[in-house]
Design a protein around this ligand. Structure first.
Ligand code: ATP
Ligand code: MG
Length: 576
C-alpha cells in the first residue's frame, strides 16, 4: 500500500505545518490514528459569514489533507446556542465549495457530540477530575490569581463526587439559573499556566439551540468541546490560529484524559499559525455583523466586505484568493498584510481571463465634424490579447461618440498626453482624431468636444500606424448602452481600524462606494452582461470584464434585462 508520504511529489515547498505533518507521518503517528491518514478539520462557528481570514484557514486545513492524500472534515462549532443561525451554515458551505474544497460525507456539528461530551464529563466527575462549582463568574475570576501568584481553590472543589454528579445533572434540567453553577476541571489552582487553574468545562445557557432545541441547558465550553470533537472524529492535526497556542497544554491534557478513558494511545495534535489581518479592513465577525445590521453596507455580500461572498460579488475569483493565500504563507508571528497584495492577485488573474471591452464611466460627448452623418463602421476588437482563442467582437463607430471626461483638458497640463485643443490622439481600434474646439453650457461646463478625423488612419489598415502620443477609449453615442457602475474602494480610511481608539463607524470611508448611474458601455459587452441575468452567483461565465484603460469590472447580481450594473473590482494598476 502506498504511504501518504509518497503522494507528495517533492517535500520542498512545504510550509512549517506541512513539515510537521510530514514528520508525524514518518514517525508513524498518523498510522496510529483511527483513519490512518492525515485527517484535518475546518471548524467554523456558524455565527457569521466566512471572511478572507477563514480562507487562509480553509486552504491550510483542506490543502494539507489534499497534499497528503488525507481527509478534511467540516465541523460546525455550534456549542454556543445563542449566536448561531442556519443562514450561516448554508453560506459557509457555499463559500468552501467556491474555494474548490469538499468535505464529502463528513459534515459534522459539535452539537452532534453533546451526548458523548456529557458522558465524558460525568466520567471525569466520577474519576475525581471535575466538580460542580457554585461561585459566580466574578468570584471565579477574583480567585484565579495572576501568572505569578497562585489562585485560590473554590470551597466547592472537594465536594463529594455524588453531589457533583447530582448537581451536574440538575444543571441540565433547567433547575438553576444561568451563571449560578459551572462544571470545572479539577487540575491545579497554582499552575503557572492560567488555563490549568480549574478551567470551566460546562456552563448553563437558557437558550434553545438551532439543532438540539431545548434538550440541553448546560453547554460545553470551547476548551472542553474542540479537542474532544477532534478526538471523536479521529483528527490527526488540529490546525488553528495563534491565539490558541496558550490553550495547547490544556488541549493536550484533556486529550490524554480522554485517551486514557478510551484505552488508546491516539491523540490529535494541535498546531497554530498566524491569523490573517489585512489593512483597511477588519475581520471581527461582531463588527462585520454590526455593519450589516445597521445598514452601513449592502449586506454580508457587499463588495466592500472582507467576506468571501463580498469578495466574490466584488469580482474576486476563487483562483485569485488561492494565489493571495499562497503569497502570504503561514508563520508563527502575527502581522498585518497589505490589501494591495490581494488586489495584485486579482489583477493578475483577471488579466488572464477578463473580456476586454470599452466602457465610459464619466461620459462627455465628442463629435467628429468631418465624419459622415448616419454612417456606422464596425471596428474589430480583440476579446483578450492574453488568450488569442478568445476571439474578437465588433464595435460600432460613428460621428457622435462618448469619451471619458478626464481624457480631455482644454488647457493641457504638462505631460498631459490625452486630448486637448489642436492635438491628435488615437481612438483605440479606430481613427486618429484632432480636437478643433469645444461647446460649453452657461456654467462653462464642456458639453461637447469637436474634432476632425484622419480617414487614412484607420487601425489595422496599411500605412495607418502613424504614431500619436495618446490612445483613448470611446463608445458610439447612439449604440452605447447606459449602465450603472459602482466604484469601490477601501471600506475604512485607516490602515488598522481594529487598533483605532475611535468607533469603527467613524472610520468608514465615505468614498468606499461611488455609484455612477449613467455610464456607457459598448453594445456587445452589454449583450454579454445580460446573459448573467438569473445566473448563479458562483458561475463565472460572462462575469469578468476589463473596461479598457480603467479597470476590472464584473456584472453585479442586481443586473436585470433593462438595468445592467457593474462593480469595479480593482483599478488596472495600483494607483495609490
Ligand atoms: P469568533 O470570534 O466567532 O470565534 P473566529 O474568527 O475565530 O471568530 P471561527 O468561525 O471560530 O471564527 O473560525 C473558524 C476557523 O477559522 C478557526 O480555526 C480560526 O482559527 C480560523 N480563522 C478565523 N479568523 C481567521 C483569520 N483572520 N486568519 C486565519 N484564520 C482564521
Ligand atoms: Mg473562533
Amino acid at each position: 500500500m502506498a504511504t501518504a508520504l509518497e503522494n507528495i511529489e517533492e517535500k520542498k515547498g512545504l510550509n512549517f505545518i506541512e513539515e510537521a505533518i510530514a514528520a508525524d507521518i514518518e514517525a508513524g503517528k498518523v498510522k496510529n490514528s483511527p483513519t490512518q491518514v492525515v485527517h484535518t478539520r475546518f471548524p467554523p462557528e456558524p455565527n457569521g459569514y466566512l471572511h478572507i481570514g477563514h480562507a487562509k484557514a480553509i486552504c491550510m486545513d483542506f490543502g494539507a489533507a489534499r497534499k497528503f492524500g488525507g481527509k478534511c472534515n467540516l465541523r460546525f462549532d455550534d456549542t454556543n446556542p445563542s449566536k448561531e443561525d442556519t443562514e450561516y451554515v448554508d453560506a459557509i458551505q457555499e463559500d468552501i465549495h467556491w474555494l474548490g474544497f469538499d468535505w464529502e460525507d463528513r459534515k459534522y456539528y459539535a452539537s452532534d457530540y453533546f451526548q458523548q461530551l456529557w458522558d465524558l464529563a460525568e466520567e471525569m466527575i466520577k474519576r475525581g477530575l471535575a466538580y460542580v462549582d457554585e461561585l459566580s463568574a466574578e468570584e471565579i475570576a477574583a480567585q484565579k490569581g495572576t501568572p505569578t501568584t497562585p489562585g485560590q481553590e473554590s470551597p466547592y472543589r472537594n465536594r463529594p463526587v455524588e453531589e457533583s454528579l447530582d448537581l451536574f445533572r440538575r444543571m441540565n434540567k433547567g433547575e438553576f439559573a444561568e451563571g449560578t453553577k459551572t462544571l470545572r476541571a479539577k487540575i491545579d489552582m497554582a499552575n503557572p499556566n492560567m488555563h490549568f487553574r480549574d478551567p470551566i468545562m460546562y456552563r448553563i445557557i437558557d437558550h434553545p439551540h438551532h439543532r438540539t432545541g431545548t434538550k440541553w441547558h448546560a453547554y460545553p465550553m470551547y476548551d472542553f468541546a474542540h479537542g474532544q470533537s477532534d478526538f471523536f472524529e479521529g483528527i490527526t492535526h488540529s490546525i488553528c490560529t495563534l491565539e490558541f497556542e496558550v490553550h495547547r497544554p490544556l488541549y493536550n491534557y484533556f486529550a490524554k484524559v480522554l485517551a486514557d478513558i478510551k484505552g488508546t494511545t491516539y491523540v490529535p495534535r494541535q498546531i497554530e499559525f498566524n491569523r490573517l489581518n489585512m489593512t483597511y479592513t477588519m475581520m471581527s465577525k461582531r463588527k462585520l455583523l454590526a455593519c450589516v445590521k445597521e445598514g452601513l453596507v449592502r449586506g454580508w455580500d457587499d463588495p466592500r466586505m472582507p467576506t468571501l461572498c463580498g469578495l466574490r460579488r466584488r469580482g474576486y475569483t476563487s483562483d485569485s484568493i488561492h494565489s493571495f493565500i499562497d503569497t502570504i504563507g503561514y508563520t508563527k508571528y502575527d502581522g498585518m498584510i497589505s490589501i494591495k497584495l490581494l488586489e495584485h492577485a486579482v489583477r493578475e488573474d483577471l488579466n488572464k481571463h477578463a473580456l476586454r471591452v470599452m466602457g465610459v464611466v464619466d461620459p462627455v460627448k465628442l463629435t467628429i465634424t468631418n465624419y459622415p452623418e448616419g454612417k456606422v463602421e464596425m471596428m474589430e476588437m480583440e476579446n483578450n490579447p492574453e488568450e488569442p482563442e478568445a476571439g474578437t467582437h465588433k464595435m460600432p463607430f460613428s460621428r457622435e461618440l462618448y469619451i471619458e471626461r478626464e481624457d480631455f483638458q482644454e488647457v493641457a497640463e504638462k505631460k498631459f498626453f490625452r486630448l486637448t485643443i489642436d492635438k491628435e490622439v488615437r481612438l483605440k481600434s479606430a481613427y486618429i482624431i484632432k480636437c478643433t474646439g469645444v461647446v460649453k453650457d452657461e456654467n462653462g461646463t464642456i458639453t461637447e468636444i469637436l474634432c476632425t478625423y484622419d480617414p487614412d488612419s484607420k487601425s489595422g489598415m496599411p500605412g495607418a500606424d502613424r504614431k500619436v502620443k495618446g490612445t483613448l477609449h470611446w463608445v458610439s453615442r447612439k449604440e452605447a448602452v447606459p449602465v450603472e457602475v459602482r466604484l469601490y474602494d477601501n471600506l475604512f480610511t485607516v490602515e488598522d481600524p481594529s487598533a483605532d481608539e475611535r468607533d469603527f463607524r467613524e472610520l468608514l470611508n465615505p468614498q468606499s462606494e461611488v455609484v455612477l448611474p449613467c455610464a456607457y458601455l459598448e453594445p456587445w459587452a452589454a449583450e454579454q452582461a445580460r446573459k448573467r441575468v438569473g445566473a448563479s452567483h458562483i458561475s463565472t461565465e460572462n462575469r469578468y470584464y476589463q473596461f479598457q484603460r480603467i479597470g476590472y469590472f464584473c456584472v453585479d447580481y442586481d443586473t436585470t434585462e433593462d438595468h445592467i450594473v457593474f462593480n469595479r473590482t480593482v483599478l488596472l494598476r495600483d494607483s495609490k
